[in-house]
Design a binder for this molecule. Structure first.
Ligand SMILES: *Cc1c(COP(=O)(O)O)cnc(C)c1O
Length: 232
C-alpha cells in the first residue's frame, strides 16, 4: 500500500537524521524543502499543515494558483530555470531564487527588487557535472560572476545550488556534491561577498543522503516526500 504523507515525512526525517549522524553533522543544519511541482494545491495545503515550512516550485505557470492560495504560509523557493520575463511574477513572492545563472537575470532581479524596495536572496546555480543539458554557471566562471553582481546591492547571495546527474547508484553523485562544497569554501577564501556563502542547495529524492554527507544545507525533495500525482 502507498504510504501516507505523514509516513513519508517521518521516513524522510529518519533518513536525514541518519545521514547527519553518519557524517557528524547537526540535523538542524539541514533543511528539507518540499518540492510540490508534481502535486495538487490540496496536497500543498496538507504539506504545510503537516508542519513542513519550505515549499519549492519550478515554473510560475504551475505555481501561480498554489502561491495565490497559500503564499502567506511557509517560505517559498523558486528552483526552476527562470526566464528574465518571469522575474516580475516571482519577485517578492518567492523568498529564495535557486537558479541565478547569468548576468541578464541578475540585472533584472536587481531592477525589480529595487522597484519593490526589497532584497532578493539567491543561490547561484552551478553546473558542477559539466553536462551540457544542465543549466548553471561553469564553476570557473563563478568568481568573476560574483564580482560582476557585487554592485547589484538588492541581490544577497546566500548559497550555491547544483543538480547531479541521475544515477542508479547515488554514490556516483558524490563528486558533484563534493565539488560544490569545495567551490563554496574556495569562494569564501576569496571573500567576494559581504558575508561568507553558507548554503548548499543540493540533493533530490534519489541522492539526498549523499548530498547531506557532502554538506548540503537544504535538500530539495519531491517524489520521495510529497509524491507524484498524475496530472497535478
Ligand atoms: C523537481 C526538482 C526537484 C525534486 O525532484 P525529486 O527527484 O522528485 O525529489 C529538486 N530540484 C529541482 C531543481 C527540481 O526541478
Amino acid at each position: 500500500m502507498a504510504l501516507t504523507l505523514q509516513e513519508r515525512i517521518v521516513a524522510v526525517k529518519e533518513r536525514v537524521a541518519r545521514a547527519c549522524a553518519a557524517s557528524g553533522r547537526d540535523v538542524h543544519d539541514v533543511k528539507v524543502i518540499a518540492v510540490t511541482k508534481y502535486v495538487s494545491l490540496k496536497t500543498v495545503a496538507e504539506v504545510l499543515e503537516a508542519g513542513l515550512e519550505e515549499i519549492a516550485e519550478s515554473r510560475w505557470q504551475d505555481a501561480e494558483h498554489k502561491w495565490n492560495a497559500l503564499g502567506d504560509k511557509g517560505t517559498w523557493h523558486f528552483i526552476g530555470h527562470l526566464q528574465t520575463n518571469k522575474v516580475k511574477d516571482v519577485i517578492g513572492k518567492f523568498e529564495y531564487i535557486h537558479s541565478l545563472d547569468r548576468l541578464s537575470l541578475a540585472r533584472e532581479l536587481q531592477k525589480k527588487a529595487e522597484a519593490a524596495g526589497i532584497d532578493v536572496k539567491v543561490f547561484l546555480q552551478v553546473n558542477i557535472s559539466g553536462e551540457d543539458t544542465k543549466f548553471g554557471l561553469p564553476p570557473e566562471a563563478v568568481p568573476d560572476f560574483l564580482r560582476e553582481i557585487a554592485p547589484l546591492h538588492r541581490i544577497k547571495v546566500v548559497g550555491l545550488m547544483t543538480m547531479a546527474p541521475h544515477e542508479e547508484d547515488p554514490e556516483l553523485t558524490r563528486p558533484v556534491f563534493r565539488g560544490l562544497r569545495e567551490l563554496r569554501d574556495e569562494l569564501n577564501l576569496l571573500a567576494l561577498t559581504p558575508e561568507p556563502i553558507q548554503e548548499l542547495s543540493m540533493g533530490m529524492s534519489n541522492d539526498f543522503e549523499v548530498a547531506i554527507e557532502e554538506g548540503a544545507t537544504r535538500v530539495r525533495l519531491g517524489t520521495v516526500l510529497v509524491g507524484h500525482e498524475e496530472g497535478a
